[in-house]
Write a protein that binds this ligand. Structure first.
Ligand SMILES: Cc1cc2nc3c(=O)[nH]c(=O)nc-3n(C[C@H](O)[C@H](O)[C@H](O)COP(=O)(O)OP(=O)(O)OC[C@H]3O[C@@H](n4cnc5c(N)ncnc54)[C@H](O)[C@@H]3O)c2cc1C
Length: 317
């Protein structure tokens, strides 16, 4: 594996779970566990070296794929394209490009997708996307565009046999008429050719389990991969949750509030919260987690280590 710009063995920072001792054997890969990691194109040039460090760190865990988001309104089109290709080449992991209906005519989107295919990028996360103003802004399909994600999936599947992920909402998408309409829509995306659905982040594991039951009853028979968001900045997560309709349990809020400005305490709570969530989901049979990394590796890596997934390099430490 080509690790850009750093020596994994010599320069790795202290690993909290290593110091604390783990409940898992460091055998390199936990049985029946796959992970994927989501990144966004760094906004500033100064953030680029840290981005590659994080990507290399997580690529060492041999994820099923690493995905790169497409900015609201299609604002990162070129950066996403360049980064997806570079990640696959530099980190030797399958990369998935997020692609949205927003802001592009069908022909334009088809051309982007075709270029991905030709470049060896065969995984797409296909989304309606949010307008430039964010999820709260009104959405108006373009007359010559793909209106919703189901038609985008259909278009992509017609072009090439892509591996297509779509979004799913255990707590219902905020703009859906109701939860049944949202579920019906997810079914249309799957019927159009989606390989799996990745969920919006959530903290209510029971809600996810109910959602799994509902998808099964609806005949949605692709994997529903939980999207895990380790809480790096609680205030920001509150704002994001508000926008996308994710419920924040009162107890979680109280525990973060009680920690005030204690950065290490907050980090530990973030780690424990996400780990507990993953462990509870594992017990229900989940075998693939998608981590929203926010371009930082440490929490996702430490959680993976506790789940028994470590880099082969670390396995020999
Ligand atoms: C895993 C994941 C990754 C994401 N990555 C990105 C990203 O890279 N870039 C980005 O901009 N956003 C991203 N998002 C956010 C996503 O774009 C927003 O949540 C967006 O508001 C909906 O996208 P969708 O693909 O779920 O839309 P859709 O599946 O098209 O659904 C959107 C809404 O429209 C409703 N709907 C569907 N069809 C119809 C119809 N025919 N008539 C009326 N209503 C209909 C649905 O019920 C839902 O409420 C991501 C979300 C997830 C969960």
């Amino acid at each position: 594996m080509n690790m850009p710009g750093r020596n994994m063995i010599g320069e790795q920072p202290p690993h909290p779970s290593r110091n604390a001792g783990t409940r898992t054997e460091r055998s390199g890969r936990a049985p029946n566990l796959a992970v994927s990691f989501e990144f966004f194109p760094p906004r500033q040039a100064e953030a680029v070296p840290a981005f590659w460090e994080a990507a290399a760190d997580l690529a060492a865990l041999s994820p099923r794929f690493v995905s790169v988001t497409y900015g609201a309104g299609g604002s990162t089109r070129d950066q996403t394209r360049d980064l997806v290709r570079e990640i696959q080449a530099r980190c030797s992991v399958p990369a998935a490009a997020h692609l949205t209906c927003v802001g592009g005519a069908r022909a334009e989107i088809d051309a982007i997708a075709d270029a991905y295919w030709q470049a060896g990028i065969h995984r797409i996360v296909a989304l309606r996307g949010d307008p430039a103003g964010g999820i709260g802004a009104g959405y108006q399909p373009l007359a010559d565009g793909y209106a919703y994600a189901d038609s985008l999936v259909e278009g992509l599947a017609r072009l090439h046999p892509f591996d297509i992920s779509v979004a799913a909402y255990p707590e219902t998408h905020p703009q859906a008429a109701d939860s049944q309409a949202d579920l019906d829509h997810l079914k249309r995306k799957v019927d159009a050719g989606a390989t799996r659905a990745i969920t919006q982040f959530f903290f209510d594991t029971d809600c996810f389990k109910r959602f799994l039951d509902r998808t099964a009853r609806a005949g949605i028979n692709v994997p529903i991969v939980p999207g895990i968001l380790p809480i790096r900045n609680f205030a920001k997560v509150l704002a994001m949750a508000d926008g996308c309709g994710t419920h924040i349990p009162a107890e979680l809020r109280a525990r973060f509030d009680a920690l005030g400005e204690d950065a290490e305490g907050r980090r530990q709570l973030a780690f424990e919260t996400a780990l507990k969530q993953c462990e509870a989901l594992r017990r229900t049979g989940v075998d693939h987690f998608h981590f929203y990394t926010l371009n930082q590796a440490d929490l996702a890596r430490d959680i993976c280590a506790e789940l028994g997934l470590v880099s082969p390099l670390e396995g020999y430490r």
